[in-house]
Design a protein around this ligand. Sequence first.
Ligand code: GAP
Length: 512
Amino acid sequence: MNNEEHFKNVISHSKEYGFIFPSSEIYDGLSAVYDYGSYGVELKNNIRSYWWKSMVQLHENIVGIDSAIFMHPTIWKASGHVDAFNDPLIDNKDSKKRYRADNLIEDYLAKQADKIEKEVDKAKKRFGEKFDEALYRSTNPRIKEIQSGIETVYSRFKKAMEDSDLTELRQLIIDCEIVCPISGTKNWTDVRQFNLMFSTSMGAMEESSNLLYLRPETAQGIFVNFLNVQKTTRMKIPFGIAQTGKAFRNEIVARQFIFRMREFEQMEMQFFVQPGAELEWYEYWKNKRLAWHHSLGFPAAKYRFKDHTKLAHYANAASDIEFEFPFGFKELEGIHSRTDFDLKSHEKYSGKKLQYFDPELNSSYVPYVVETSIGLDRTVLAILSQSLVTEKLEDGTERAVMNIPHFLAPVKVGVLPLVKKDGLPEKAMEIFNSLKWHTYCQYDEKDSIGKRYRRQDAIGTPYCITIDHQTLEDNTVTIRDRDTMKQERVNVAEMENIVMKKVDVTEALKRL
Ligand code: GAP
């Protein structure tokens, strides 16, 4: 299965097994909005809780909040979102389809890079073992030509984005002869800036004074509560405030399933530090957050940092943690050194002081901020796309299995009576009722035991406890391991300890 097929498989598996549904499906859906099903919501809750525990519970100097989605509209003026939270858009006059100009150019560059890989693959097959890939890449005239084209376009693109030069962005689209994927023509409009915030109005009157925005990031709720939290928790700098919650962006090119949504969830933490200490803390949080991702147990090569060359208006350093999704390496989390921009700007617009009195320095200052901001839905997608595998079994059949990290799995234990008679369901319910206090279990007695194992594999349940006739005789059950499919017979009294050790989030937190 190639990457494209794998990605399609992830989307259809997510729907078929109750992880993610398109929103409003019976009304033909709502573009780039999704609902989480019964297993999706468990996975999402588990990831959120793992993040929360790792940030708030494990750090004596990080506390949480839950601020409202609706906020005073001036907040978005102060944060820069009203003036600068824009995407460059271009329309094709024939198909009437709208695109992000930067995405069109990025896709063009990716296609050129693909051409190089295809040339290399062809040569590999042609020359066999004698093939010197590095030499071929550096000397083959066709590859050199494509590579030099990529470099020229990339440097023009980078400069146009840095200068917000919309005319040059359009010119690049023309020069690269990029065509609309729908109409196949190059009949493009000018490039325009488009603000990504959704707006609505508060109260009965639709006057502009009542205009509100749906928050495009959760971070501003933290900034405007900075002093409330600092005073009520008596935190001393350096300290952090964490929050998880919904954010909304009117993404124009909404694609790649739950990668780019219009309503999504963020898990953000703002860490307040002394001015001048921010870059040290920025490095600290970069490493800390990468370690968190590695703790999920996927190959380390699936993650990489991408430092920003074009910094946002508020940052003096920024890096993304990228994950290799089936459609390539893309941003999963951002770590930003936001300076004192936000707090200073809120001081200016609100007229209120947002300063911290530092007893060690015996003076007040506006703290600098290092932010970690991870998308919850993107983390779900990373886990689903990395976990789902189709295995060929010895008997020639296939099984779809989700190798979700045990402590994040939606259902931790399946409790299955071998047959639906002879007192086995009653014994299985007894075991279910004792286990359910400790972890999320599922009781299932429908269909053959083989089918039930497959169902649990497909939703990523790490362990199945099977209750059979021997259970009634000697109080033992079998524990089936999702990954190896091996079964071990143990005493019911030991079973809880064995399973809980393996699925407990505390063990994962200790590894951080
Ligand atoms: N407060 C900083 C901030 O919002 P961002 O890089 O724009 O920074 C942070 O967003 C994270 O939120 C991203 O790394 C991504 O995981 C997630 N995210 C952003 N836009 C998203 C979208 N449209 N759909 C899903 N997740 C998104």
